[in-house]
Ligand binder design. Structure first.
Ligand SMILES: *[C@@H]1O[C@H](CO)[C@@H](O)[C@H](O)[C@H]1NC(C)=O
Ligand SMILES: *[C@@H]1O[C@H](CO)[C@@H](O)[C@H](O)[C@H]1NC(C)=O
Ligand SMILES: *[C@@H]1O[C@H](CO)[C@@H](O)[C@H](O)[C@H]1NC(C)=O
Ligand SMILES: *[C@@H]1O[C@H](CO)[C@@H](O)[C@H](O)[C@H]1NC(C)=O
Length: 263
């Protein structure tokens, strides 16, 4: 009797697991296939996901100031074109809004449009680098998108990666997006090259008051309709993915536990 109850329980248990596996894997096959480590046997490599930089920067961050600058100078087209290039890819350093508001107002408004473009292009490498790639590239000047005069050095102090320009050395405070061929990293300061700023640009002592970041709000109304939704769906997607992986891990444990019970 006891054995029968046991095997009945085991059958119910196995059936439940089967249902759970079917329920969790079927809607997320695409996500699982997209993770290279989980699909070593799939012959045709899946096409890298298309990344729309304007959408990404409008939902991540706050990066409105940087997004406004690259939009008004059309530098975003060069970045997007490079992001579309699946052979080389793009690494983009995006200073937070607070990084811009801590600069003296006239620092950027004094620049010619060519200087402003160079400054923005200086915030990118025309190549994809993961954070671990940076660890092997420290202390070597790397060419930015702005051309030969504009290089950045990277240093890695036990995991804290800093990006060195002549007048600032911000740390990478967050990895916003990093899936080949596109990487977007958050900086806590604007990168300031000597080729543009012959002397140290003055940095305001206190963050500028709210009205001073008004350029950022120029784009806000047109984006406000779609941004919260996209932000939500981005979060939902990643948490659904995390939950799915969690459930799968649990199932692997449960299944092996089941086999151990049977032995
Ligand atoms: C990048 O690729 C997308 C999707 O294929 C396309 O719609 C867009 O026009 C491309 N943009 C640039 C700047 O190449
Ligand atoms: C901006 O230009 C004005 C007028 O040419 C000058 O007085 C000011 O010092 C400049 N500011 C910076 C931060 O270079
Ligand atoms: C980058 O490193 C080179 C030498 O490796 C050095 O000459 C240069 O001054 C450094 N630049 C910055 C901005 O730290
Ligand atoms: C900003 O720059 C101007 C002109 O160089 C200077 O007079 C002013 O004190 C600076 N403001 C701050 C907060 O550094």
């Amino acid at each position: 009797m006891k054995m029968e109850t046991m095997s009945l329980k085991m059958m119910i248990f196995a059936a439940t697991i089967t249902i759970l596996i079917l329920a969790t894997t079927s809607p997320t096959n695409a996500q699982i296939a997209a993770a290279p480590s989980l699909s070593p046997s799939l012959a045709p490599a899946p096409a890298p996901p298309f990344v729309n930089l304007a959408n990404l920067l409008s939902v991540a961050g706050p990066f409105q100031t940087f997004l406004n600058y690259i939009t008004q100078t059309k530098v975003i087209q060069s970045f997007q074109n490079q992001a579309n290039d699946t052979k080389q890819g793009l690494t983009l350093f995006v200073p937070k809004d607070s990084a811009f508001s801590s600069l003296n107002q006239s620092t950027l408004s004094n620049l010619t449009s060519d200087q402003l473009k160079s400054l923005l292009l200086f915030h990118a490498f025309p190549k994809y680098y993961s954070l671990s790639d940076f660890k092997s590239l420290t202390d070597t000047p790397l060419n930015t998108f702005a051309g030969g005069l504009y290089t950045l050095n990277l240093t890695d102090a036990t995991g804290l990666i800093r990006v060195h320009s002549d007048w600032s050395s911000p740390k990478i405070s967050s990895s916003v997006y990093s899936t080949y061929p596109v990487a977007v990293y958050e900086l806590d300061q604007v990168l300031l090259p000597q080729s543009i700023f012959s002397t140290t640009p003055l940095v305001a002592l206190a963050p500028a008051p709210a009205p001073d970041i008004s350029p950022a709000s120029d784009l806000a109304p047109s984006l406000s309709g779609s941004s919260p939704k996209s932000a939500e769906s981005v979060n939902n997607e990643s948490s659904a993915y995390a939950v799915c992986i969690g459930v799968l891990n649990y199932l692997v444990l449960a299944v092996s536990g089941g086999f151990m019970l049977m032995l």
